[in-house]
Design a protein around this ligand. Structure first.
Ligand code: HEC
Ligand code: HEC
Ligand code: HEC
Ligand code: HEC
Ligand code: HEC
Length: 387
């Protein structure tokens, strides 16, 4: 992390009114103002409480959850409020509202949230979060998970599902272009959905195929809060290094390799599992490009940075050129088959930890997406292996 990022966060703490309020609610004991008791401390006084007195403050302040300037917290600034369908995961009051800890109905966001908040202590620490032991995914599937992990998965779960994709494409012929279709975006950093695999069904799962469920890794390293630190949310390098000798620092997780199968058929079964996945992902993109050009009749390019990610390759050079990455030039020649593959491609790519969250599920989804396009265009899977 750069110093700039860190100083923004600290400045954000001093400036963030909701955050100060949030901390005040955490650290100031509730006091009923009776005539005999002294007046309750004002929130201004609580706001000046030295942050060193707050447990885990520094850890939290260095985390992405406190990154006031992040797009995930500033995207709605010009509108003034965060709409109910976004507030749950993008603001502390929205999450508190969703849990029902503000006295409103649980499981639904009742009010738009104010802009300018981050994920403060009260989001994760309130009367309702302590009892949270299950998660409902966008597919409607509900899964029991340990306390703590349930908090993380309530936000890191994505916004789509096999069912939603199926419904959006119902009644259309697999390879017919439908100009009314807009890209279906499963959203970002959906670690919980990938970790739960078929128990969450947030990826597009192809009919007739079987998919693995929850991540099978050695105990206790099977949940968010066992691999990630609670408040910085950084992955615990030392814990991993105990078993995976490839891990030496925070940049080396992608070297981890235990399985012996050469999933991508590259001839190298010792490369990190993250690289096996990366190569399969590249192969999926290549198959999508071939399919778009030859079956949908309009070449496509992808950019991970620019919404809505898929654009027309106007000059046909196969590369995402800057002038192509404009919203009006977004890809509009979707066929159901291409949409299913593109949905999966972005969903997995937008979780940089997919290789750890559920490598088997990730490889199954990639393999099946390539194989499905492969029924129409050349996509070499002859040496690849579906786990
Ligand atoms: C189920 C939780 C959830 C909901 C609901 C949700 N998001 Fe997100 N969103 C996330 C998470 C988690 C991230 C963080 C991604 C990351 O760290 O890269 C994110 C990131 C973003 C970003 C930043 C992307 C970037 O490139 O940095 C934008 C913009 C965004 N969401 C928009 C929205 C909008 C608009 C809505 C409402 C229609 C919405 N989100 C609803 C969970 C959610
Ligand atoms: C993204 C969610 C999240 C945020 C934000 C967060 N915490 Fe936590 N914190 C947790 C989880 C999960 C635990 C584990 C205990 C549990 O299951 O509730 C925890 C545990 C704790 C504990 C108990 C530690 C222990 O060893 O038992 C304290 C104290 C604490 N948090 C304080 C804070 C403070 C103060 C803030 C704000 C500066 C904060 N937390 C912000 C998720 C969060
Ligand atoms: C209230 C919703 C919410 C909860 C609860 C939550 N997160 Fe997040 N998380 C987000 C958002 C939004 C972002 C993006 C913040 C940013 O871009 O700075 C994020 C970012 C992250 C990142 C960094 C992603 C990146 O792109 O760098 C990690 C890692 C993470 N969260 C892990 C966790 C863990 C572990 C827990 C549980 C202890 C948790 N989160 C709980 C919403 C949440
Ligand atoms: C087996 C250990 C493990 C488990 C379990 C785990 N993670 Fe991760 N997570 C990782 C690793 C390793 C990375 C990649 C970190 C890197 O490359 O810097 C990662 C990355 C992430 C990222 C992306 C961070 C970034 O830099 O963009 C998020 C968000 C995240 N994890 C959240 C979660 C959540 C939420 C859970 C629970 C549903 C979870 N993780 C469970 C190990 C784990
Ligand atoms: C007690 C030993 C142990 C610890 C600690 C441990 N792992 Fe593992 N890990 C294993 C074993 C054994 C496997 C292979 C079998 C399995 O998946 O459970 C594995 C598999 C993996 C894989 C898949 C590798 C492949 O080739 O498919 C990843 C990624 C991974 N671990 C990441 C992590 C991360 C990240 C941490 C630290 C948060 C961690 N592990 C901690 C023992 C461990």
């Amino acid at each position: 992390m750069t110093n700039r990022r860190k100083s923004t966060r600290v400045a954000a703490f001093l400036a963030g009114a909701w955050l100060v309020l949030g901390l005040a609610m955490e650290v100031v004991p509730a006091q009923a103002p009776t005539p005999s008791s002294p007046p309750p401390p004002s929130s201004a006084a609580a706001g000046t409480l030295p942050t060193t007195a707050v447990p885990f403050f520094a850890e939290w302040a260095s985390s992405p959850h406190a990154e006031h300037a992040a797009l995930a917290f500033t995207h709605w600034n010009s509108g003034g409020t965060i709409p109910t369908e976004c507030a749950k995961c993008h603001s502390a009051p929205g999450f508190v509202d969703f849990l029902g800890a503000d006295g409103t109905a649980p499981g639904v966001v009742d009010h738009p949230a104010p802009v300018g908040t981050v994920i403060t202590c009260v989001a994760c620490h309130n009367d309702k979060s302590v009892d949270l032991t299950s998660v409902t995914f966008p597919s409607g599937l509900n899964v029991a998970v340990p306390r703590g992990d349930a908090i993380c998965m309530t936000c890191h779960q994505g916004l789509g599902s096999t069912e939603a994709v199926t419904k959006a494409l119902a009644g259309m012929s697999d390879d017919a272009v439908n100009p009314k279709l807009e890209f279906i975006d499963a959203h970002y950093a959906a670690a919980g959905a990938i970790l739960m695999g078929a128990q969450a069904r947030v990826a597009y799962q192809y009919p007739g195929k079987t998919y693995v469920g929850r991540l099978g890794h050695v105990a206790p390293f099977t949940g968010c809060t066992s691999c990630h630190q609670l408040h910085t949310v950084a992955v615990k390098v030392e814990a991993c290094a105990g078993c995976h000798k490839e891990v030496t620092d925070a940049a080396s997780f992608h070297f981890i390799r235990v399985s012996k199968t050469d999933y991508d058929g590259s001839g190298d079964a010792n490369e990190g599992i993250a690289d096996e996945i990366g190569h399969m992902s590249d192969r999926l993109y290549a198959a999508m490009q071939t399919y778009a050009k030859t079956v949908a009749g309009k070449p496509v390019v992808f950019s991970a940075e620019v919404y809505p990610y898929f654009f027309v390759d106007t000059n046909g050079n196969g590369i995402a050129d800057k002038d192509e990455l404009r919203f009006p030039n977004r890809y509009k020649s979707w066929t159901p088959r291409l949409m299913e593959a593109a949905y999966n491609y972005l969903f997995l790519l937008k979780d940089p930890g997919a290789f750890a969250h559920n490598p088997i599920y990730t490889l199954q989804i990639l393999y099946d997406s390539i194989a499905d396009l492969g029924t129409k265009v050349p996509a070499d899977l002859s040496k690849a292996k579906r786990p």
